[in-house]
Design a protein around this ligand. Sequence first.
Ligand code: AMP
Ligand code: TRP
Length: 342
Amino acid sequence: MKRIFSGVQPTGNLHLGNYLGAIRNFVALQHDYDSIYCVVDLHAITVWQDPAELAAHTRQVTAAYLAAGVDPERCIIFNQSRVTAHSELAWIFNCVARIGWLNRMTQFKEKAGKHKENASAGLYVYPALMAADILAYKATHVPVGEDQKQHLEFARNVAQKFNHDYGREVFPVPDPIIMGSAARVMSLRDGTKKMSKSEPSDMTRINMTDDADTIANKLKRATTDTGTLPGPDVLDESGELPETARKERPECYNLLSIYAALADLSWREVLTQFEGQGFAAFKGALTELAVEKLGPIGSEMQRLTNDPAEIDRILKRGGERAAEIANPVLNEAMDAVGFLRG
Ligand code: AMP
Ligand code: TRP
């Protein structure tokens, strides 16, 4: 059986990177996989979250899943803290994973910044909890944006080490699914930084709930260079954009990759369409496309968040269905470890 698990943190400001790198792919994959999509509230509190806002943001991510087209009948949608197996399995994995593995995690270094001593202990062991999320369901595939590749590798190592140490094939080794040209959407203001929820300036990102005027304004003021748009001759033989080209004009290729992803075009198609044009015309076309694709999702999110009872009902039911899968797997792991139960 092929099973997907993925999650998004309820930390506010859901943006185009979350949509193109993750949520849109959840919708596409739900038809081919048994799919479990989580709102990872336990992960969110690794950095401080105001309690009232955490609850609102948990509903907001749920609304984004639903508005984008994740079907709660077909898939399981729930918030992580409802299913205690995640925390329990994470503890076992804290004891399987090595400190050396954690020390290599670039996201911890980025998020902890200069004040490492003052970061929460949870932020440090975050990848062990993520491994527990995935493996509690014996998920085989994990759709994520490119920034999560290293955490996925960590989860693979945990699965292998657990199976090896305890001499039982309890966990499958999960594969990442990293889809499309926009698996890494960059900031609108600096094409070398990823678009992020935590960036203080809202002008760096397009939020899933932005209205048409806001999208137009942000794209108009997005950083570009002084050239015109390149043609398909920059591509390599396999039709991919070489890293060297992207490095030379990061903002330009970021906007083009957003266009390609939203319009479902290949690099070749998008570069052929806009070759030689100036940024003003291209930004106009991109604005129109972004408004067309995001507008309906944003307004549906708005409508859904006005009815929190319906969202809460979906999360509760999802949590019950999730626990039915996760609890037996947790039992199997505890049994392998040698914990007395029953
Ligand atoms: P997070 O906001 O960190 O909970 O991320 C939720 C999902 O969105 C993960 O699969 C990330 O890999 C993906 N994601 C976050 N930021 C970006 C980005 N700038 N570009 C592409 N994917 C992203
Ligand atoms: N760490 C992921 C992020 O920040 C969110 C996440 C938590 C996740 N648990 C997961 C993603 C399990 C995939 C699978 O984007």
